[in-house]
Design a protein around this ligand. Sequence first.
Ligand code: G3H
Ligand code: 13P
Ligand code: ZN
Length: 309
Amino acid sequence: MALVTTKEMFSKALNSDYAIGAFNVNNMEIIQGIVEAGQQENSPLILQVSAGARKYAKPAYLVKLVEAAIEDTGCDVALHLDHGEDFEICKKCVDDGFTSVMIDGSKHDFEENIRITKEVVDYAHAHGVVVEAELGKLAGIEDDVNVDSKDATFTDPAQAKEFVERTGVDSLAVAIGTSHGAYKFKGEPRLDFERLKAIHEAIPDTPLVLHGASTVIKEFVDKCNEYGGEIPGAQGVPEDMITTAAKYGVCKVNIDTDLRLAMTAEVRKYLAENPKEFDPRKYLGAGRAAIKDMVAHKIRDVLNASNTK
Ligand code: G3H
Ligand code: 13P
Ligand code: ZN
């Protein structure tokens, strides 16, 4: 068993009503929890590594841990760079054996975003690696994404078509109202599904990606708060909205915050209930089990992806 690209997973998911979960990984326990869930649910997986994760765990460890996880479980896994900020980091990941990279040129203007995306696509494709890009800007966590003035940063369907044609990118992350972190909406959660449908119509063959897709499930925020300091702000994307997005071209759904909350809640609970325990295997093992449960829930109940391998 070896790492796979997202090509086959996305071609099956594109015109179906399910999406593949893309989960952020930072250490062995998180990787193990995710692949155990993928194995149980018989679903392909995307394991993604941010620049922060590379700095924390070092790329060589993450690549080897993911390879070991595949050997152990037989899961179909794509190893993906999350939010690569320039050509250099994307090139490094391609050279390190990643099968998918994201070049996030969303902070640049349209022409510059096209230029750096195309540069990454040319290099990655020459090495059999697929590329995700982003068009439009996700709101910052402090922003109120419900206000109309934010429209300017949402993805424009006509631009999306031109972007995909000129870059040859394999998948496109879109901005339709989600944002990163534990605080996404000030008022009622709202995603711009009309815009999502229009983008999907404009580029029907391009798998779409939803970043900032955590739900920030109240049960886990409450549990974190019960056993430790308060998590500031808590307002995510309702799970039924994620399920709906999967029907309109969204093939990859990025989830990190919900995993962090699940693991932190369980580790805090374990340590609070076992104050004399100081064996890291005990509390990290509890955290790993919480990751598995959360990922299995997402695959089965939110992404509709069980038995899609
Ligand atoms: O999109 C960001 C992910 O949640 C990764 O977060 O940069 O703190 O590793 P990080
Ligand atoms: P969340 O913060 O909503 O989990 O989003 C994660 C993400 O988009 C990683 O790229
Ligand atoms: Zn993201």
